[in-house]
Design a protein around this ligand. Structure first.
Ligand code: C2E
Ligand code: MG
Ligand code: MG
Length: 819
């Protein structure tokens, strides 16, 4: 027994306490059994027939039943079934006691659900062991079922459906995991056989895989879509594994979400790669971890070149540090930044980009990634600039339009206000432009307007604005004007420009503008009043006969315009050959001898006719034109006197009026020399007329210069002598040949004693200093006589001749010499 125990077989008393129900009608057998079992440590209940067996069973459920097949009130098989059918008897081990050769009984015992059978005659020695074996098998079964329960609990935690399926497609077992609510949908039961199988559509999909597994093809994996009753289509994954020869296990999992995520990922990958915008993703330290194709295309870098590189070192490092600090600050605050950045391609080219940068936070709320999306906006910018341009410019002439003019005028006014300056507005309208449009058509009109725009733009400074308000109305804005004068100068210049012929299909066309001028702050303080008043002034100009300009303020018109016009004309008169010299004879009184002729300048103005020098010489001096003009006079006089000498009027002297500016100009002597040499004229043929006042300003230098002229053979005369405050002391030292007695003394000397006294004093003074005198403005024979009686030898005046053009001068001279 000990040995047996040691080999793992429990001793019969290990079953001690187990309750055995012995059902036997043979009393001796029943007793022997009971005694044997009790001795082995079992508790025994006895029953002699079915009825008492039922009673015993009802009182206390036994651990095992020994059941005789033949009983007086029924058969053991039925009772066996009865016990097993009892709710508490389901797992009850029942051993049927049968006759030795009674195969049929054994078969029936099996059929009735008995656990085991014991043949008669019973071997009393082994019976306790037999029972122990049966009980142990039962215990093992119980334990197995407990472990299966654990297993099931474990499986319930797995979110998969696990099915066991046999070769016929029947579902042997099922574990539904988290799909517990769908259990019914996965297995359909046949009402007649009670067998379960997969729903038709699912089975049709999976049958081939199941077959393949049974055919030894190994584990199968399949994805399929199936929509269960009233549910959305879902995607499933089935894994089929061979379990036993006749059984497969199928694990089914809902992969709808995974599929969606995969699809989403694919979509994002497409969006990422297919995006027309460059996408750049960095880690928390701004090192690039991903860029897309568009990034490569726009920037010119390949992905490999930039991966792992600090993003701050590629592209946008063109902004200031403070800019970037601010950007990072905003990103941290709001998680998002958007704006324009200047970017740089690999080839160094800079271009504008529109950036959106987002911050991606990790679970702890710390920045993990930055995603930057940007696009090249150079084209967009260009077209936007074009649109902006068109919004502020006139499409025909591309000049600023009224809106832009208003803006600039406003700005100019603000600046001028601060600096105490003036702003000028010229309102220009083409006279009779409507006629051109009507008679030559709009295309011609457009051409005129475009040419006008071009001329006006070319004629003003860069910070001036030429705008077109519409039709043939133009406005010129001069933001910094010194005074009305300079404004009028611009008006004159613009008018001259527009007076030049317009060329239309090779045909010259003459137009004239009318210009109205308004000045900030005198004529208005706002853009609208200034433009309105300039417009009004323009109408005034039209009223005054067009081709004209007018200030809005009438006083300005009277004071400045005429003079300005003259000045403007004067500047071009020399080039235009509008000057000429007239000559007035200087005669030796009481003889038929000619001393010389004074060259007097005349301006033949195209509109005004012959303009006397008093009207323009001061102006020419003011604007510096006197220098070239004076040179022209000397050259022309030299040429003329030379021509006369050649023509036979030998010894003729021409005197030329020299302006102070000319005389004080460095290198004046050399210039005169050059001009004379060019004309082939001797210095002795030229007399320079200077005034006292111009010599007084720097007497010492003047004396030196005069001496130099004298040394070269030039003659020097002092013009208008007696009108200045001559210093007799200096006069003595001046190397001068001749004093010209001013015509005012000559005019008055017969009526005014003082004038006569001056005339005679000058004559005496000249005599004593060894100089000659010539009287100017001699108009009558009486004056000639009086002057001659005082000893004045040379005379000049209307009495002899007015200043004459060269040809007439020759005629006069010939006639005079002959008379
Ligand atoms: P000026 O040199 O004293 O010239 C004499 C002026 O008296 C001339 O006037 C002449 O036409 C005028 N005159 C001559 N005889 C008579 C007369 O009998 N009665 C009256 N009432 N006037 C007479 P004009 O030509 O108008 O010249 C005026 C001034 O212009 C000149 O005075 C001279 O200072 C200046 N001038 C003329 N030509 C030139 C020139 O080429 N260069 C410079 N710098 N000044 C010039
Ligand atoms: Mg003179
Ligand atoms: Mg004079």
């Amino acid at each position: 027994m000990k040995e047996l125990t040691s080999t793992g077989i429990a001793s019969p008393d290990s079953g001690a306490g187990a309750l055995v129900l012995v059902v036997e009608d043979d009393e001796a057998a029943r007793l022997t059994t009971s005694i044997t079992l009790e001795r082995a440590g079992y508790q025994v209940l006895e029953a002699a027939d079915c009825a008492s067996a039922r009673e015993r069973f009802a009182e206390r459920i036994p651990d095992i039943v020994l059941l005789d097949v033949l009983l007086p009130d029924g058969d053991g098989y039925s009772l066996c079934r009865e016990f097993l059918a009892h709710p508490r008897g389901r797992d009850l081990p029942i051993a049927m006691v049968t006759g030795l050769d009674d195969i049929n009984s054994i078969h029936q015992a099996y059929e009735s659900g008995a656990t085991d059978f014991i043949t008669k005659p019973v071997s009393w020695g082994t019976l306790p062991y037999r029972i122990q074996f049966i009980l142990r098998a039962k215990q093992a079964l119980n334990e197995a079922s407990i472990s299966e329960g654990k297993m099931r609990a474990l499986l319930a935690g797995i979110p998969d459906i696990i099915l066991r399926i046999d070769r016929d497609g029947h579902v042997i077992d099922m574990q539904v995991g988290t799909y517990v609510n769908e259990m019914e949908e996965w297995v359909v039961y046949d009402p007649t056989t009670g067998e379960g199988h997969l729903p038709g559509p699912v089975y049709r999909i999976l049958a081939p895989q199941i077959r393949r597994v049974f055919a030894g093809k190994g584990e199968q994996l399949v994805e399929f879509e199936w929509s269960q009753a009233q549910k959305k289509q879902r995607t499933w994954e089935a894994r089929v594994i061979l379990r036993e020869r006749d059984e497969v296990v199928m694990v089914i999992r809902d992969i709808t979400q995974r599929k969606q995520q995969e699809a989403e990922l694919r979509l994002w990958a497409k969006v990422f790669e297919g995006s027309n915008e460059a996408i750049l993703i960095t880690d928390a330290h701004l090192n690039i971890i991903l860029v897309n194709k568009t990034y490569e295309k726009i920037m010119g870098y390949t992905e490999e070149e930039v991966l792992g590189v600090d993003t701050a070192t590629v592209g946008t490092r063109l902004h200031s540090h403070s800019f970037f600090r601010n950007l990072v600050h905003i990103l941290k605050e709001r998680g998002y930044w958007q704006g324009e950045l200047i970017n740089k391609r690999k080839n160094g080219e800079k271009f504008p980009t529109w950036y959106s940068i987002s911050q991606v936070l990790n679970a702890d709320g710390q920045p993990e990634n930055y995603i930057a999306i940007f696009s090249d906006i150079s084209e967009r910018k260009k077209s936007r600039e074009r649109i902006d341009f068109l919004a502020h410019h006139d499409s025909l002439t591309e000049l600023p339009n009224r809106a832009l003019l208003n803006d600039r005028l406003e700005m100019a006014i603000n600046t001028a206000k601060r600096r105490g300056e003036k702003v000028g507005i010229l309102f220009i309208d083409l006279d009779r432009f409507k006629n051109i449009n009507d008679s030559l058509g709009h295309a011609a009109g457009d051409q005129i307007l475009r040419q006008t725009a071009a001329r006006l733009s070319a004629a003003v400074r860069t910070d001036d604005t030429v705008a077109r308000l519409g039709g043939d109305e133009f406005v010129v804005l001069l933001p910094r004007v010194r005074d009305e004068r300079s404004l009028a100068e611009v008006a004159i210049k613009l008018r001259e420009e527009l007076l030049l012929p317009y060329i239309l299909e090779d045909m010259p066309l003459h137009l004239s503008p009318s210009i109205g001028i308004a000045v900030y702050p005198d004529d208005g303080e706002t853009p609208s009043t200034l433009i309105k008043n300039a417009d009004a002034a323009m109408y005034l100009a039209k009223e005054k006969g067009r081709n004209n300009y007018q200030f809005y303020t009438p006083v300005l018109n009277a004071r400045t315009l005429d003079r300005l016009k003259l000045e403007y004309d004067l500047r071009s008169a020399l080039e235009q050959g509008q000057f000429e010299l007239h000559y007035q004879p200087q005669i030796v009184a009481g003889s038929k001898t000619l001393y010389g002729a004074e060259a007097l300048l005349r301006w033949r103005h195209p509109e005004r006719g012959l303009v006397p020098p008093n009207h323009f010489i001061p102006l020419a001096e003011e604007i510096g034109l006197i220098i070239p003009l004076g040179a022209w006079v000397i050259a022309e006089a030299a040429r003329q006197v030379n021509a006369w000498h050649q023509a036979g009027f030998a010894d003729l002297i021409v005197s030329v009026n020299i302006s102070a500016l000319q005389f004080h100009q460095a290198g004046f002597l050399a210039e005169v020399q050059g001009l004379l040499a060019q004309a082939g004229t001797q210095p002795s043929a030229l007399e320079l007329e200077l005034t006292e006042s111009m010599l007084m300003s720097d007497m010492e230098v003047s004396i030196q210069v005069l001496q130099a002229f004298r040394d070269l053979g030039y003659r020097i005369a002092i013009d208008d002598f007696g009108t200045g405050f001559s210093c007799l002391n200096y006069l003595r030292r001046l190397p001068v040949n001749i004093l010209k007695i001013d015509q005012s003394f000559v005019r008055d000397m017969q009526t005014d004693g003082a004038s006569l006294a001056i005339v005679t004093s000058i004559i005496r003074l000249a005599e004593s200093l060894g100089m000659e005198t010539i009287a100017e403005g001699v108009e009558t024979a009486e004056e000639v006589a009086l002057l001659a009686s005082q000893g004045c030898r040379l005379m000049q005046g209307y009495h002899f001749s007015k200043p004459l053009p060269p040809v007439q001068f020759e005629a006069w001279l010939t006639q005079w010499l002959a008379s």
